[in-house]
Design a protein around this ligand. Structure first.
Ligand code: IPE
Ligand code: IPE
Ligand code: MG
Length: 239
């Protein structure tokens, strides 16, 4: 089915709209997040089947810690349950799970499940699923700059050696290619501090659909749309 499509190697998704989905149904925001976890399941599977190599999901931002404690705690519990419940399925589907962000901010039990899921799937060779957790794009750049300054201070790096690669290689995403396609659900036209450095030439696709409603058909629409685009990277249209 996806044979004739130009499949993006790396898809990044801002999974937004769980709260609105719940409100429309008179449910609690937490119910919205629970429904959103089902979409995660479906999209991980769809991305693997389509032949995407890297899928980065924005699951919790550094800024999301300002939400009421009841909501952040519920999100952390959901994360822990998701990891516990899905690791066997991920492994069966040859998915390798990784995570980016200030992972030390997560509750210890979530950190342990994450470590366990990483270890259990480390040898898999299919889709790499990257969960962005307590992730902030500016914080990531700050962390990279700290590393550069420390290396300079120790005499391992000269100012003229600081180039784009010196920065890229110190980001949490050092081992991944930049995203080819960014999908955002629920219609907001903003980046919300997601992969700021990495998305300089990423194609964007925004749908009004709320995240818990986002499943394989809509995901494939995004891929089809991406497939028709012409990326220029500052160049001119080929003759
Ligand atoms: C996305 O849904 C999930 C997280 C940010 C954790 P939201 O919770 O932001 O849902 P809305 O934007 O309030 O609808
Ligand atoms: C972005 O959604 C973060 C995640 C999807 C995890 P938000 O709901 O936090 O973004 P804003 O606040 O509307 O920009
Ligand atoms: Mg939101």
């Amino acid at each position: 089915m996806s044979g004739s499509l130009n499949i993006p190697r790396h898809v990044a998704i801002i999974m937004d709209g769980n709260g609105r989905w719940a409100r429309e149904r008179g449910l609690s925001r937490i119910e919205g997040h629970r429904a959103g976890a089902e979409s995660v399941r479906a999209i991980v599977r769809a991305a693997g089947e389509a032949g995407v190599e890297f899928l980065t999901l924005y699951a919790f931002s550094l800024e999301n810690w300002v939400r009421p404690r009841a909501e952040t705690s519920a999100l952390m519990r959901l994360l822990t349950h998701y990891l516990r419940r899905e690791v066997a399925e991920l492994d069966k589907n040859n998915v390798r799970l990784e995570a980016i962000g200030r992972l030390d901010d997560l509750p210890k039990v979530a950190q342990r499940e994450l470590e366990e899921a990483r270890r259990a799937t480390a040898k898999n060779t299919g889709l790499t699923l990257i969960l962005a957790l307590s992730y902030g794009g500016r914080a990531e750049i700050v962390d990279a700059v700290r590393g550069i300054v420390a290396d300079a201070h120790a005499g391992r790096l000269k100012p003229e050696q600081v180039d784009e690669k010196a920065i890229s290689s110190r980001l949490y995403t050092a081992r991944y290619p930049d995203p080819d396609l960014l999908i955002r659900t629920s219609g907001e036209m903003r980046l919300s501090n997601f992969l700021l450095w990495q998305m300089s030439y990423t194609e964007m696709w925004i749908t009004p659909m709320l995240w818990p409603d986002f499943r394989k058909p809509e995901f494939m629409r995004a891929i089809e749309d991406y497939s028709k685009r012409q990326r220029r990277f500052g160049g001119v249209e080929p003759a």
